[in-house]
Design a binder for this molecule. Sequence first.
Ligand SMILES: Nc1ncnc2c1ncn2[C@@H]1O[C@H](COP(=O)(O)OP(=O)(O)OP(=O)(O)O)[C@@H](O)[C@H]1O
Ligand SMILES: [Mg+2]
Length: 291
Amino acid sequence: MSSDETTVSGAEDRMAGVDPVPGVGKPDPILVADGVRRSFGGLKAVDVDHLEVQRGTITALIGPNGAGKSTLFNLLTGFDRVDEGRWSFEGTAINGRRGHQVARSGMVRTFQLTKALTRMSVLDNMLLGAQGQFGERMAGALWRPGWARQERANTERASELLERFRLVDKRDDMAGSLSGGQRKLLEMARSLMTEPSMIMLDEPMAGVNPALVQSLLSHITSLRDEGRTVLFVEHDMDVIMGISDWIVVLAQGRVIAEGRPSDIKSDKQVIDAYLGAQEDEAAESREGDDG
Ligand SMILES: Nc1ncnc2c1ncn2[C@@H]1O[C@H](COP(=O)(O)OP(=O)(O)OP(=O)(O)O)[C@@H](O)[C@H]1O
Ligand SMILES: [Mg+2]
């Protein structure tokens, strides 16, 4: 894994010459999805014909509320079942795998609402992350040969990550005593326990105070600069435009646009479907502040 500068420009280089059109192929995709669909009753929540995520980039998944972003995350990571569709990660088909199996193949995710176990210590939350994706039962781990050695290695890795995410002073505190922002950091730290090559973050900055937002942003950039692939959902356009190498826009379950930040900013369809509405909301809230 190389220095920050070379990797940042590396991420840009890898997107050079990629056309900003929905479903476009990438030079070295880590994730490739085809015909992924999921309906709830009559509502087509996800209806993605083709999507590729370029390895080693920060890719933002954006779109209005209810566009299907979280549902797409759930499907790809084995937390919900598709009606149809197939996708591969690192060249291997992983559709049909469950959350913990997907995590073991190297793709982990965090949730829009954090899933820290509040009555468990910060350290124990981390150790549970080592079992693969969170939510998997710990049973089975207990009679694996070499368990004690594994446990020591996990504790060591957990400590390093808690250090990196500035949570080491909290390691013995209950996760429930952490602030909202610290829980987001804990969830990100925990997802790294399995050394994933791709990390999917569902609104990692939501409800986090501005100081912690900066810290989360620099953590996300470092993940990319270490060679990992980041796919994240976010609503704050300044954050998205500032940090993303590539942006995918979802509306009513479909990919309506993708491209570099500069392509997306000027895309008429995106402005109509999303950015325009966001600007109206911002203007309304400014008027509200004046009154
Ligand atoms: N389990 C479910 N049962 C029924 N409908 C659902 C379910 N999960 C999601 N939906 C619906 O599917 C659509 C997509 O929801 P989803 O949560 O994926 O959107 P989103 O893009 O993540 O939105 P937000 O930005 O508000 O988080 C919405 O209309 C939502 O109400
Ligand atoms: Mg969502």
